[in-house]
Design a protein around this ligand. Structure first.
Ligand code: DAH
Length: 339
């Protein structure tokens, strides 16, 4: 029995040494140390030994068992370390490898021009205010001296949402909201989207942008209007640009003007962009009509003011020589990436 134990032990240790992975190692463990294992079987034969031999043999078997368990555990740890090392190696990141460059967003051309305009007007002391795009008939027309059935309503084909609710056709509505909540001196601009039921073509879109301006104080005259708008045109288009004030009509201003600047494409010679005239119209303006002041609770005997409405889309297409206004709204990245 002693020899058998001896040879079984060496056989088992050799099998441990030969096991190349954890699974094979476990098979070795089961084969010798499992419930039906060969070493376990020897322990079961102890009953047939004499009482003198039994403790000696028992000790030997237990020793062999402990030795084998130790060998298995050492081998097992070896496999675990190797597996961990392999895992670490496989998961190593090469931080020196160049990454794919992150795609940078950019400002929409309308926002670039708008930001410039805001800078210009803020430097002249204007506040920037916001107004709702869904307006009531009162703010968009009535309070601006455009009563029901006034022919001026035809000039602005309106999207109505309900009886008295519409998409604002002009940022001029902001004038009324401002005068209702602020006392003169007032000096604001209100940029934003406006809507008109126009046919879409290269120069018309049902959604476009305006920047409304309003100044109300004591002794405000047409000279102030001229000074502010000339300054603005020179900063946007350059000092050499000429500015022309043409008499015009708006229900909410008296007198009213439209302002043209020398065509930046042909420098005034006449071209396709300015339709041969040498001028580009950029805004409407005028002295705030006394009725508009009155509607907002401001005494026209004491105060006067001027207002203007600038078309942002036209300014943007002329600055960047964009031939079709629709490009501003299609969000084609190939177009937008150029700015
Ligand atoms: N609201 C006018 C339009 O959409 C533009 C305009 C003209 C605004 C004269 C004004 C103004 O404030 O005084 O055509």
């Amino acid at each position: 029995m002693k020899e058998k134990l001896q040879s079984l032990k060496s056989e088992a240790l050799a099998a441990v040494a030969a096991a190349t992975d954890e699974k094979l190692l476990d098979e070795v463990r089961v084969k010798y140390l499992g419930k039906k294992g060969e070493l376990t079987a020897i322990l079961k034969q102890m009953g047939s030994l004499s009482p003198e031999e039994r403790p000696i043999m028992g000790q030997l078997v237990n020793q062999a068992k402990a030795e084998l368990e130790e060998a298995i555990s050492v081998a097992q740890n070896g496999f675990k370390t190797k597996a961990a090392e392999a895992k670490l190696k496989a998961e190593t990141l090469d931080i020196t490898m160049p990454s794919t460059p992150a795609k940078k967003g950019g400002l929409h051309p309308l926002n670039i021009v708008l930001n410039d305009m805001i800078d210009i007007f803020q430097s002249m002391g204007f506040d920037v205010v916001d107004g709702p795009e869904v307006e009531t008939d009162y703010y968009n027309f009535e309070a601006l001296n455009v009563p029901q059935d006034h022919p001026a309503r035809d000039m602005q084909d309106t999207f109505y949402l309900a009886e008295n609710l519409l998409l604002r056709t002009q940022t001029s509505a902001a004038q009324i909201r401002t005068m209702e909540t602020r006392k003169p001196p007032i000096k604001i601009i209100c940029p934003g989207r406006v809507y008109r039921a126009d046919e879409v073509d290269a120069t018309h879109s049902p959604v476009f942008h305006q920047i409304e301006g309003l100044v109300v104080d004591k002794n405000i005259t047409m000279c102030d209007l001229k000074g502010v708008l000339e300054q603005f045109a020179h900063e946007i288009y350059g000092k050499e640009t000429e500015v022309k004030f043409r008499p015009s009509f708006f229900p909410f201003t008296e007198p009213s003007v439209e302002v043209d600047v020398t065509c930046s494409e042909c420098r005034g010679k006449g071209c396709r962009v300015c339709k041969g005239s040498g001028w580009i119209e950029i805004l409407g303006a005028g002295m705030v009509h006394p009725r508009v002041l009155k509607a907002c609770g401001i005494d026209p005997e004491e105060y006067s003011g001027f207002a203007f409405g600038i078309g942002l889309d036209r300014l943007t297409t002329t600055r960047y020589k964009v031939s079709d206004i629709r490009l501003l709204f299609e969000n084609d990245l190939r177009f937008l990436k150029q700015f």
